[in-house]
Design a protein around this ligand. Structure first.
Ligand code: SF4
Length: 394
């Protein structure tokens, strides 16, 4: 993956299309790379190697194994990465096999969409070109939030870059954008006509990109997209937007009970306020830890804990004094998820599938925009009309 970062990156487009001030604000803050991101980079490298070996630059088994083993030496490598990257490869194989003639495949392609976004470029994980159809496939290793391909500006910008790169060789009419997020079984797709995609780029993206790159720094617009903004804890526009909720509540003072419609609205606001409060708490604590006084707040010692200085020596002494080993040690089996992680998804499925019962999750209240279908709570006929007991007991 490219180490360079554009001011208006494809991955942050969902934010700068809403808040054009974000890119220039974010430049004031360091770009911290988490372990999760480093893990994702390694998984991407394995996925890329497998894709190259299969469809881009066939290599000998020995070369493939040597390169794979080198990646496996990384301290962040886990057996499950092998299975998840296989799922990504299988997904791509599925696309390739749906064509009679093998399409042209490119891996890790730097794409340039600067005709719509100043200095805009990014790296597409996989491009597949077949006659008048272009496929853009993105491998996501995160497992926090399912990423949808529909209305996904990152995917669309990659597609625009790919269209620009191959426009002399192909007359594309349709673009299929795919997200493969194997750790949470999320496979999402959007198909758009090239004309529609280019119209979106010209009408929506280009004006916002110009605004975001302008000397006056763009316009602030706080919302749920602040969540991954590097300025989220210190941004005054966000703070003022949330602080004004308190004033509105005071003005509308009403002693009756809230309606269902108000409940829905208040929940949305409360969720945004909670996220903001968490960001403020984290930022204030980091300032206090550096010795910066935050008026009205102080650092105190949290709840302490006790630890053995030498557990082996302590246990030996306990056993010498008659305490049985079985009292001191527990033999605890791994959870299903940890077992799968330890041995890899494929082997786990092959050996354990017959022992797994899939139970539905607990009902969860989520915003209507969530991709999952709503639970059907209407009573079933079998619940309403109970069968008469076969033994005839009434
Ligand atoms: S925190 Fe929100 S409002 Fe502030 S710059 Fe970032 S995206 Fe814009």
């Amino acid at each position: 993956m490219s180490k360079q970062h554009a001011l208006l990156s494809a991955s942050s487009a969902h934010r700068w299309l809403k808040c054009t001030a974000a890119p220039q604000m974010e430049q004031k803050f360091p770009d911290t790379t988490s372990t999760y991101a480093a893990e994702g980079t390694l998984a991407h490298s394995i996925a890329e190697l497998k894709l190259r070996a299969y469809a881009v630059e066939p290599m000998s088994h020995a070369t493939f194994t040597r390169r794979l083993n080198k990646l496996k030496k990384d301290e962040l490598y886990q057996a499950e990465m092998d299975g998840y990257t296989e799922t990504y490869l299988d997904y791509i194989k599925g696309i390739l096999l749906s064509y009679d003639v093998k399409p042209y495949v490119v891996a890790e392609k730097r794409v340039d969409f600067s005709c719509y976004v100043p200095q805009g470029f990014g790296t597409a994980d996989c491009l597949i070109m077949a006659h008048d159809e272009l496929h853009v496939v993105d491998f996501k290793y995160g497992k926090g939030v399912p990423v949808a391909a529909a209305n996904n500006p990152q995917m669309r910008l990659y597609a625009l870059g790919a269209l620009a790169a191959y426009q002399l060789l192909y007359q594309f009419k349709v673009v299929h954008m795919h997200i493969v997020q194997p750790r949470i079984n999320n496979f999402s797709q959007e198909t758009l006509g090239v004309d529609i995609l280019k119209a979106w780029a010209a009408d929506v993206v280009a004006p916002k990109a110009q605004e975001a790159a302008s000397k006056d720094g763009g316009a602030f617009n706080p919302g749920e997209w602040c969540r991954f903004c590097r300025a989220k804890a210190q941004c005054k526009a966000r703070a003022e937007a949330y602080a004004q909720y308190a004033d509105v509540a005071h003005e509308k003072r009403d002693m009756t009970m809230i309606t269902m419609s108000e409940l829905g609205d208040y929940l949305k606001t409360a969720k945004l306020l909670k996220d903001w409060a968490d960001d403020l708490q984290e930022y204030a604590q980091s300032c206090a830890m550096k010795g910066i006084h935050v008026p009205g707040w102080k650092l105190v010692e949290g709840r302490g804990s006790r630890v053995f200085t030498d557990m082996d020596a302590a246990f030996s002494k306990l056993m010498e004094n008659g305490i049985d080993e079985s009292v001191l040690y527990e033999r605890v089996p791994l959870t299903l998820a940890k077992t799968e992680k330890a041995i890899g998804k494929k082997l786990f499925a092959d050996l354990c599938d017959e022992f797994i019962e899939r139970k539905p999750g607990k009902p969860a209240l989520v915003p209507e925009s969530d991709k999952r279908p709503a639970l059907d709570l209407t009573p079933k006929a079998t619940d309403v009309f109970k069968p008469i007991d076969e033994k005839g007991d009434h």
